[in-house]
Design a protein around this ligand. Sequence first.
Ligand code: PLP
Length: 257
Amino acid sequence: MRPTVLTVAGSDSGGGAGIQADLKTMLALGVHGMSVVTAVTAQNSLGVQGVWELPVEAVRAQYRSVVDDIGVRAVKTGMLSCAPVVEAVAELIAGTDAPAVVDPVGVSKHGDPLLAASALDSVRTRLLPVATVATPNLDEVAQLTGIRVVSEDGMREAAAAVLAFGPRWALIKGGHLPGEAVDLLTDGTEEHWLRAPRYDNRHTHGTGCTLASAIAAQLAKGRSVPEAVTTAKEYVTGAIAAGFALGAGIGPVDHGW
Ligand code: PLP
């Protein structure tokens, strides 16, 4: 049977990030993608022009419809918008027998808020404890832990602080540091440093969504966390290298490379 993966995230009308990036990634990696929409954004290459949250009951109902009939082999979460949705999704994941990849999305590349400040505590105390892998970038690390990482050494400290919230693994994404794109994956015992060349390409919209979805797709196919993250990083590196211009701003990563 084809592995099934569920994304719980926001819609990006421009098709570059969010639910749209997640489903494209899942298609490219040979799993059946399904979606729980948490919010609708009016969005393009220039930024987010509007956000409409779905009622928490609509989020719960979509999740239950999928799980009760089709079943999920892995879950991925992205933009969750507000505390009631974060808490409902954490509870749903806790009741699902499948690994969960949590991308603690806070702010878009253009600086648009995708999570209410009042929801940060729910991410720390409710969502991260039920995550199999948490995938914060350095801005999200700062938001969640107060730690400002400026070097690879700092990534270790950041990982320990993220793991203290309870996810089984932390993937600290160091892509915002200069030089090579270095990520640290650790469960507190094993340490995997993942390195990729930096491509001089500004068209990187949807990078984080794509990586988290690729990890979930590989977990659904039965890979271990280190294997899933390593192959997912290869996938997103290719997608970044092939990112292309659309509109007047930042174009999307490419899922068809
Ligand atoms: N829009 C939605 C709906 C998202 O879920 C995300 C990221 O998770 C973004 C926008 C931000 O994408 P980026 O920071 O790659 O521009």
